[in-house]
Each structure stands twice: as structure tokens, then as C-alpha cells.
Design a binder for this molecule. Structure first.
Ligand code: APR
Length: 306
């Protein structure tokens, strides 16, 4: 089993290291335009007797090294700096993503690809269109991260174990994300029965702005531990063929009334990628928010001329 990471910066390298620590794949390849990736791989391999793990990690600047990957995680591109929105990244990262799509098509056309580069939903759509991969095999990572942020804040507010909090954040990755309080559960109980509306609104607001809050303190980059952990959640669901329902950005063909874009929706992940897009019964308010969120993504798609 081989998993490749294209882009071995903060997010990609952290996720590669987390995957190695789990010791569930034989081969991990990191590809980057910066040959620092070779040093990172060497540094990680020297952890193998300590962690310990048997996965073999290599770093390369050559895209052909992704050949025969079952799974490819794409984090290449610029990260958001202070004062930038994810949309500011649109032009630069779309050029990078287009060239990576051609390389994946050439060297690993059968891989399942997890897209992480922002702005997430439009990059996932761009990659799908340019690579020609099947729609089930191109999946954006955002909802798992947004849900994890919400779950963390709820656990802290209610002073419960984070593992007891289940959450679901749909919609585009950005300020228009759509948290679903009615489907956010603590020990099976919806948070609407445990917290008042003001408290929920405050935690939801902090969730939507959490990426920016991290950027403010990091100054030179954006969040990476929690994005990396979110990638691993998806990689594990796919490699173990778990059918676990996770919010991911996927291509829509009429689900939730949406067409011809990638949008954050609940999906079941398995060995072939997206096994099913789950159609939940949304409240009128959540449906309206999802529609508005889709309009933000549509504007980005139009701006790119896709
Ligand atoms: N091919 C491979 N690697 C590339 C390419 C390319 N064409 N272009 C850039 N890179 C690499 C850079 O050399 C760098 O190592 O992508 C890496 C990006 O790493 P960071 O700058 O540390 O950014 P990171 O924090 O990892 O975020 C990456 O994920 O969460 C998103 O918004 C974030 O879009 C950003 C992406």
C-alpha cells in the first residue's frame, strides 16, 4: 500500500508523519518542488526505531515517484497569510493545481485523491475537471476539520471528552460554512438541548473564524496540526473501507439541489473513495445556508472560467 503526498510543507509533512506513526502503509512518498522534502523524509525515517514504524518514507522532487499510489493527498500551494482570505489564494493555487492534475493523470490515474489546497471546494472541482479522474475518487478535506474545530469548542464549553462530541459541518470551507447544531451531538444528545442559542452561535462563529485565529498568531502560515489530523481521519476511512460518514467536499449531480460543483456534504468513504453522498433531512434554515454557501463557490468557479 502506497500513499503519496504532493506538497510537503506544514500540512503535507505533518500528515505524512502522522500516517507513518500509525504504521498502516508500507510506503509513503512526499513530492515537493523544494528539495527540502528529501531531508524531511530522512528526518522522519530516523524516527522509525523510536515510534516505532516500518513504513518507508521517501522524499522526491520528481512527480513520477507517485506511480502506483493507492491514495494521493494534495496540499501543494500557498497557505493563507495574515489578512488574506482563502479566495485570495485562488489565482496562484489554481495554476499549481492544474499542473498537478496533469501529473496525477500521467503517473497515477487510478489513485484516489484527497485535495487540501485552498480555496478548497473550487480547487477540488478544478482538480476533478483537469485530471479527468472519476468523481468518486476526488475528495476535498474541509468538513472534517471544521467539524473537529466545532467539536473541540463544544467539548471545552461543556467540559466533556472531545471524543463524546459528534459534529457535522457542511457547505463550502470558509466563512459560509454550514454547521448543523441539530446534528451536533454530545453522548447522543443534540447540543440544542444542552446549550442556549447564544452559546451555540458563539461557538459556531469561533469555528468559522478558527482558521483566521490561528493565522493571526502563526503570522507566516496557517493551521497544520488539525488539517493534518483531518486528512488522516479520511485516509484511515478509505484504507480501512470503513464506510464512515464524514463531511467532505464532493462533486454534486443534483444532491441537495446542487449541480456541477464540489461542495461539503456528508459522504460515506470506502476503498473506492466516495461510496455514497448521504442526503440528510435539513431544516429550512440550514438548506438556505447551504444554498448561499454554494453561491460563494459558484462565484469562484465562474471567476476561474471553469
Ligand atoms: N508541486 C509540489 N509542491 C509544491 C508545488 C508544486 N507545484 N507548489 C508549491 N509546492 C509546495 C511548497 O514548496 C510547500 O512545501 O507546497 C508546500 C506548501 O506548504 P506550506 O507553504 O507550508 O503550506 P501549508 O501550510 O502546508 O498549506 C498548504 O493546504 O490547508 C491548505 O490553505 C492551505 O492551500 C494551503 C495548503
Amino acid at each position: 500500500m502506497k500513499v503519496s503526498f504532493i506538497g510537503a510543507g506544514q500540512v503535507g509533512a505533518t500528515a505524512a508523519y502522522m500516517l507513518a506513526s500509525k504504521d498502516v502503509v508500507s510506503e509513503i512518498v512526499m513530492v515537493d518542488i523544494d528539495d527540502a522534502v528529501i531531508g524531511k523524509a530522512l528526518d522522519m525515517m530516523c524516527c522509525s526505531p523510536l515510534v516505532p514504524f516500518e513504513s518507508v518514507i521517501t522524499g522526491s522532487t520528481d512527480y513520477s515517484s507517485i506511480a502506483d499510489s493507492s491514495l494521493i493527498v494534495i496540499t501543494a500551494g500557498l497557505a493563507r497569510k495574515q489578512g488574506m482570505t482563502r479566495e485570495d489564494l485562488l489565482a496562484k493555487n489554481s495554476a499549481i493545481m492544474s499542473s498537478i492534475a496533469s501529473s496525477v493523470k500521467e503517473h497515477a490515474p487510478d489513485a484516489i485523491c484527497i485535495i487540501v489546497t485552498n480555496p478548497l471546494d473550487v480547487m477540488t472541482y478544478l482538480f476533478l475537471k483537469k485530471s479527468g479522474l472519476a468523481k468518486q475518487r476526488v475528495i476535498g478535506m474541509a468538513g472534517v476539520l471544521d467539524s473537529a474545530r466545532l467539536r473541540n469548542f463544544i467539548a471545552a464549553e461543556l467540559k466533556v471528552s472531545p471524543a463524546k462530541v459528534e459534529g457535522m459541518v457542511m457547505g463550502a470551507h470558509g466563512d459560509s460554512m454550514v454547521p448543523l447544531p441539530e446534528l451536533t451531538l454530545v453522548d447522543g444528545k443534540p447540543i440544542t438541548s444542552l446549550l442556549d442559542a447564544d452559546a451555540i452561535a458563539r461557538l459556531v462563529e469561533r469555528t468559522a473564524k478558527c482558521g483566521g485565529e490561528v493565522v493571526k498568531y502563526l503570522k507566516t502560515g496557517s493551521a497544520y496540526y488539525s488539517p493534518a489530523a483531518s486528512i488522516i481521519e479520511m485516509v484511515t476511512a478509505i484504507l480501512s473501507d470503513s464506510s464512515k460518514m464524514l463531511p467532505c467536499s464532493v462533486f454534486v449531480s443534483g444532491e441537495y439541489g446542487l449541480f456541477e460543483m464540489c461542495m461539503g456534504l456528508p459522504v460515506k468513504l470506502g476503498k473506492n473513495g466516495v461510496a455514497e453522498i448521504v442526503e440528510l433531512d435539513l431544516s429550512a434554515e440550514s438548506s438556505a445556508l447551504l444554498k448561499a454557501s454554494a453561491e460563494v463557490t459558484r462565484a469562484n468557479i465562474v471567476e476561474l472560467g471553469l
